[in-house]
Design a protein around this ligand. Structure first.
Ligand code: SAM
Length: 258
């Protein structure tokens, strides 16, 4: 793995370096909600954007007997995901490719589902529109977009954006539930189901529950022994806590309009 600069690296890279597996605001709970809504059937196809280490792609292929293509732009994450897929023995059904979610036209196939978690939040308004247009193009008629993102509400969104971007060190522009729904609608994706809940990315109890006590212990050990990592993670947690009432996750199940 390439060494990252813990002072400047995007938050998700710092968390991954600390040993965190789920890099999404609603944890596995929101992901499971999306899978349940989709009523996935064997042989169906999924395109996953920002597949990271391939955990969702592997779960989809193993549990529902699907064919999954994952797209990810970090070469280290692509290599780790490909290794995880091979270790799971499902290389014939899961392909992880290095690529950019802004160039989905390079993936020529159309899919029954597109899954994207914790990636649209990081885009500007035109960026969100561009990626959503690409998602629409990659969906078959009546295909579904499965989305899991950060949600923000309140009267001072600009301040939340500034503080989030400062602590995560990456552009972060979460929308309100209503704005996520209308942004999807504008792109031709009709939200049929949605759910929202608290932001749990750095909730220790949730990490132990979903990712295992060993992951939590490993993260604590890494934070104790690496002061810069500790500062970065505590700064992120402090921001999430400060805006606890205004931040959360959203899960959306949206149909492509024909
Ligand atoms: C916050 S993490 C979310 C990862 C994963 N979806 C999850 O929920 O665990 C964001 C991921 O998006 C990837 N990423 C960021 N920009 C991207 C882009 N333009 N194209 C493809 N992947 C991108 C990062 O490398 C990282 O793996």
């Amino acid at each position: 793995m390439t060494q990252i600069n813990l002072r400047t690296a995007p938050g998700h890279q710092v968390l991954a370096a600390a040993g965190k597996k789920a890099l999404r605001p609603g944890g596995y709970t929101a992901t499971e909600q999306l899978f349940a809504w989709a009523n996935l059937q064997p042989g169906e196809t999924v395109l996953e954007l920002a597949a990271s280490f391939g955990h969702s792609a592997i779960a989809l292929a193993q549990r529902y007997d699907l064919r999954v293509v994952g797209i990810e732009n970090n070469p280290d994450s692509v290599a780790a995901a490909q290794k995880n897929v091979a270790a799971a023995g499902i290389s014939e059904r899961v392909e992880i490719i290095e690529g950019d979610i802004f160039h989905l036209e390079k993936v020529t196939q159309q899919f029954d589902y597109v899954l994207a978690e914790a990636i649209l939040t990081m885009q500007s308004a035109p960026g969100k529109a561009k990626v959503l247009a690409g998602i629409c193009d990659r969906l078959k008629p009546n295909g579904y977009f499965l989305s899991h993102e950060l949600r923000a509400s309140g009267s001072d969104l600009d301040r939340i954006y500034q503080d989030l971007s400062r602590s995560i060190r990456v552009n972060a522009k979460p929308l309100s539930l209503q704005d996520w729904i209308s942004t999807c609608q504008t792109a031709g994706l009709t939200v049929e189901r949605h759910s929202a809940g608290p932001m749990e990315l750095l909730n220790p109890r949730k990490i132990a529950q979903e990712e295992g006590v060993s992951t939590l212990i490993n993260m604590c050990f890494n934070m104790l022994t690496q002061p810069v990592m500790r500062q970065r993670i505590l700064a992120m947690r402090e921001t999430f806590e400060r805006y606890r009432d205004d931040l959360g996750y959203v899960a959306l199940y949206a149909r492509k309009e024909n």
